[in-house]
Design a protein around this ligand. Structure first.
Ligand SMILES: [Zn+2]
Length: 237
């Protein structure tokens, strides 16, 4: 059912290319979780797990607030960061890793891949990865393109660089001006099931102003309800 609903929203390219939307797909794609850099797997041997992910950061207000809530609930998450923001805030980027979370690449600039030329796209991957490596000393393994949309070229480039695509199976639609914490929560938790990958945002650079405040306000309830539904949370390094 969720997949049918998502079919209207998740980019056609992603579905047509059979890209991972949830943890089951991710495992089927051959992605092996590791515990390198001291990032352990939560939920690996525990209850059925879901993954909580945040795109578009790091952001000086949104990211620390989200990190606080995650720490309060002892939950590890994945942050798909934007290189141009990482370059401005390397210490905040390191903090994400230091607090036990995982960093993935969202791109250097937040621009739709299908509108970009191959050389421009290749440079974007290189710059985004370099920004993360400069800030943290480690290289991400996961990638999620802006808007969840790959072009055939950008997908090839991601794979050539050893990056594993990961889209999502649930979202809060938290980037919109009209989103409320209650609505974000309901969208995430209604019908949530094992293996779901949840998309949220810790920054408002590319979305409605201060949208991260609504996300942060929703997050405690989301994590409470996910926990009481019997799910652990997982972040794959
Ligand atoms: Zn984004």
């Amino acid at each position: 059912m969720i997949r049918h609903v998502l079919a209207m929203h998740v980019p056609v390219w992603g579905r047509a290319l059979n890209l991972p939307l949830n943890l089951e797909d991710l495992a089927a794609s051959g992605f092996a979780a590791s515990s390198r850099d001291g990032v352990a797997l939560q939920g690996a041997s525990g209850p059925p797990a879901v993954a909580i992910t945040f795109d578009d950061g790091p952001h000086p207000e949104g990211t620390p607030r989200i990190l606080e809530v995650l720490a309060e609930f002892d939950v590890r998450a994945t942050f798909f960061v934007v290189g141009e923001q990482v370059a401005k805030r390397p210490a905040l980027t390191r903090l994400i890793l230091d607090q036990g979370h995982v960093i993935g690449l969202h791109g250097h600039q937040h621009r739709p891949h299908p509108l970009r030329r191959a050389a421009d796209m290749d440079a974007d991957f290189a710059r985004g990865l370099a920004a993360i490596e400069d800030a943290t000393g480690s290289t991400p393994r996961l990638h999620r393109p802006p808007f969840g949309i790959y072009s055939p070229t950008s997908l090839r480039l991601a794979r050539e660089r050893g990056l594993q695509p990961l889209l999502w199976s649930k979202w809060g639609r938290d980037w919109r001006k009209m989103a409320t914490p209650e609505e974000i929560t309901a969208r995430v938790v209604t019908g949530i099931r094992a293996g779901d990958v949840v998309l949220l945002h810790d920054a408002d650079y590319y979305s409605a102003r201060c949208s991260h405040r609504r996300t942060a306000a929703a997050l405690p309830t989301i994590l409470k309800l996910v926990g009481s539904a019997g799910f652990g949370t997982v972040a794959y390094a």
